[in-house]
Design a binder for this molecule. Sequence first.
Ligand SMILES: C[S@@+](CC[C@H](N)C(=O)[O-])C[C@H]1O[C@@H](n2cnc3c(N)ncnc32)[C@H](O)[C@@H]1O
Length: 304
Amino acid sequence: MLNPLVRRIFSPGKFERVLAERLTEPLHVNIAAAFVALFGSFRRKVDFDLVIRPQYAFPILRAADLAREWGYTRLTILEFGVASGAGLLNICRIAENVTKATGITFRVVGFDTGTGMPPPIDYRDLPEIYQAGDFPMDVERLRNNLPVNCELIIGDIAETLPRFLETVTVDAPIGFASIDVDYYSSAKQALEIFRGSPDKYLPLLPIYLDDVGDITVNPWVGEALAVNEFNTENELRKIAPWTMLRARRLCKNAKWIDHIFGVHIHDHKIRTPGGRVGRRLTIDNEFIGVAFKDAPAGERPKAA
Ligand SMILES: C[S@@+](CC[C@H](N)C(=O)[O-])C[C@H]1O[C@@H](n2cnc3c(N)ncnc32)[C@H](O)[C@@H]1O
């Protein structure tokens, strides 16, 4: 049986992307990637975009690392727009590997109407691309194939989201969301998830915005409009591109990089004066022989 990564590479449309994105990377990166593919750990495979759906693997691993840094042990991660469920199952598999790599455990939740796209409201929903009934799904078959830590919430997000948000607790804050509901009107509803009390979130969490890349998208329609309106309407919650992500990645041509944004919870306890956890920041100075020992937060570090 063919390896799923190899099968995916040769599936329709994907091979062109491999040519445009992967083979245009420097030769030494691709040679190193071949070794990592054969012998590397999960984390190294994420570094080299060798995991199926790197657009989910990178942010889920990053969220888990941030969670550890900020003292959390469990996260809730969400997919808005599930369709046949390939993405949701992929998230579950990635979450399992991230748990092995970091110890952080996950509650995974998918949201969908169960009957495909609702009718578009107007030009802002990009009716030139999507229409009612697109993306049908076999709800029962998908449900029967989900692992125990994954829930599927069926119904219009406008109705299901408020009740779900009440179930999010401080011991499993929201750490990642994929917003893949195609319409402006649906994305606007999905972004309501970030308007709960601040302790329901990581202070900064990565999100994947799927629908910012079509050629008819602009700041006045689709998901981009929903994000702009979110930023205008919320004083202390902001959505912005993930800072300097392309510069930090080894494979710089990957299109998914432009889909990763951060939700900044500026009213989170950790982002208010006195709220930071962890060690005090120090800078050694080898020129005059000053080296600080690790000091717990709040204690004055001693020069060695
Ligand atoms: C492109 S598909 C999602 C694909 C999936 N994320 C994947 O990667 O396999 C978009 C989905 O969004 C769902 N959707 C759109 N508007 C919605 C709404 N208001 N409430 C719930 N689901 C919605 C549709 O039913 C459709 O299945």
